[in-house]
Design a protein around this ligand. Structure first.
Ligand code: ARG
Length: 466
């Protein structure tokens, strides 16, 4: 159905039509379109613009269309430009000319803005649930491997011993912040553009408060802003890009650590592929794709920022470009979050291998700390241990095998007990500060995480119940 046929003498150019149509992708808004239309019909009835019987007719037609989409029997017609025209055309077929009353004071401009908001709120709820599943996988794995000490890295160079669980829990906190950011996005997404009309407002005395409330939203304050505001989409895309970055960082660690060279972890076969040429290969495809898809999701954010940058006020067709980035970001994360959870759940952790590659150099800081405890200022202690390390290189021995006389020659604060420092477990347990890598501190961290997750599950349960 072409909505503005009356205006033009000529039909639109076929190529221009194909170029402008969004039905190919915005069908995904159908549930939101139906919900918003039901609410709008109710608002029209409330304002006395349609009768209760007409509202009933419109509602049953809309519900039928919803059912057709669900059953996969809805037929898109060649003239359906977008989901709004498609639903309106079908509604007219089903209920006759009264369908045209649903357009009273409503524009596709306020309609589409409302649909995208409702759609995103729905997806946010399921992405939230997927994030919570990822939290659980991280916490369970961390709890099950509290006895694993691994080499910790900075600059990808061996730095200090670390509990494997402490490393893994570091990702819990990143994703936990992402959950909070998602709530922020949701808060600003809950505004209702309906009643803004094309951009100047509704002339029929629609009760926007009641309309917004019936959709669980608050009124978007300014009609010009209401039809053009896509800040919430940008915020969602930023959120998605950041989750991707976190997933990508996790993927990178696991890809590296599952190489033969590191051998710290082994990925489950189900998340790997082999090579068509080299039969020995076990490639971490899933994790590589997680890392790779980060590029496109970041791209979606940048693309929409660029679309919005030079726009004149109110609605412009450019805004149609907001949808595909959102759908793709949603699809990507909808697959990736549960995959990441399963990769973690099925990960084999090689405790002995990690222990075997720890070396005394990673205890150099502990040796400096030993001197500090004997009253040597840290800067001097650092310098002295640096000299000891240099001597180990000259003599071709490790720190624990550097002769006592060598230590004594460096500083009298070195006494026999210095060799007690060469204990990786002791090093880890010494960092018993809140947020440190001692097993007590990591256990406490895990308990806090569990309480937060339980609170979340409870919160969202209440929200759904309400
Ligand atoms: N398909 C359009 C979009 O996604 C719907 C709004 C069209 N509005 C208009 N004035 N052409 O933005």
């Amino acid at each position: 159905m072409v909505l503005w046929e009356g205006r033009f003498a000529e039909k639109a150019d076929a190529l221009a039509r194909r170029f402008g149509d969004s039905i190919g992708f915005d069908q995904r808004l159908v549930a939101a379109e139906i919900r918003a239309s039901l609410a709008y019909a109710e608002a029209l009835a409330r304002a006395g613009l349609i009768t209760a019987a007409e509202q009933q007719t419109l509602a049953s037609g809309l519900q039928k269309i919803g059912g057709e989409f669900e059953a996969g029997t809805f037929a898109i017609c060649p003239d359906d430009e977008d989901i709004h025209t498609s639903v309106e055309r079908r509604l007219t077929e089903l209920v006759g000319p009264v369908a045209g009353k649903l357009a009273t004071g409503r524009s596709r401009n306020d309609q589409v803005a409302c649909d995208v908001r409702l759609y995103l709120l729905g997806e946010a709820t399921s992405l939230r649930e997927r994030l919570i599943e990822l939290f659980k996988a991280i916490v369970d794995k961390s709890e099950a491997h509290l006895d694993v000490i691994m080499p910790g890295y900075t600059h990808l160079r061996r730095a200090q011993p670390l509990l494997f669980s402490h490393w893994l829990m570091s990702f819990f906190w990143k994703f936990w912040r992402d959950l909070g950011r998602l709530s922020d996005v949701e808060r600003r997404t809950r505004a209702c553009p309906l009643g803004a009309g094309a951009f100047a407002g509704n002339p029929f005395g629609i009760d926007r408060e009641a309309l917004a409330a019936s959709l669980g939203l608050t009124v978007a304050e300014n009609s010009v802003d209401a039809v053009s505001d896509r800040d919430f989409v940008l915020e969602f895309l930023f959120w998605a890009a950041l989750v991707q970055v976190h997933l990508s960082q996790l993927a990178e660690d696991l890809i590296l650590w599952s190489t033969r060279e590191f051998g710290f972890v082994e990925l489950d076969d189900r998340y790997c592929t082999s090579s068509s040429l080299m039969p020995q290969k076990k490639n971490p495809d899933v994790l590589e794709l997680v890392r790779g898809k980060t590029g496109r999701v970041i791209g979606h954010l940048v693309a929409l920022l660029a679309v919005l940058k030079g726009l004149p006020s109110s609605y412009n067709k450019d805004l149609q470009e907001d949808k595909e980035p959102v759908f793709d970001a949603v699809d990507t994360l909808t697959l990736e979050l549960p995959l990441a959870a399963e990769v973690i759940r099925t990960l084999k952790v090689d405790k002995d291998r990690m222990r075997a590659v720890l070396d005394d150099g990673m205890l150099a800081t502990d040796l400096a700390d030993y001197l500090v405890r004997k009253g040597v200022p840290f800067r001097e202690a650092h310098h002295l241990v640096g000299q000891a390390v240099r001597r180990t290189e000259e003599l071709g021995v490790s720190l624990r095998h550097l002769p006592y006389s060598e230590y004594r020659a460096l500083h009298p604060a070195f006494t026999e007990d210095l060799y007690e420092v060469f204990d990786f477990c002791r090093s880890v347990e010494a960092r018993d500060v809140e947020g440190g890598t001692s097993s007590r501190a990591v256990r406490a961290q895990i308990e806090r995480a569990k309480a937060l997750i339980a609170g979340q599950a409870f919160d969202s349960g209440c929200e759904h119940g309400a």
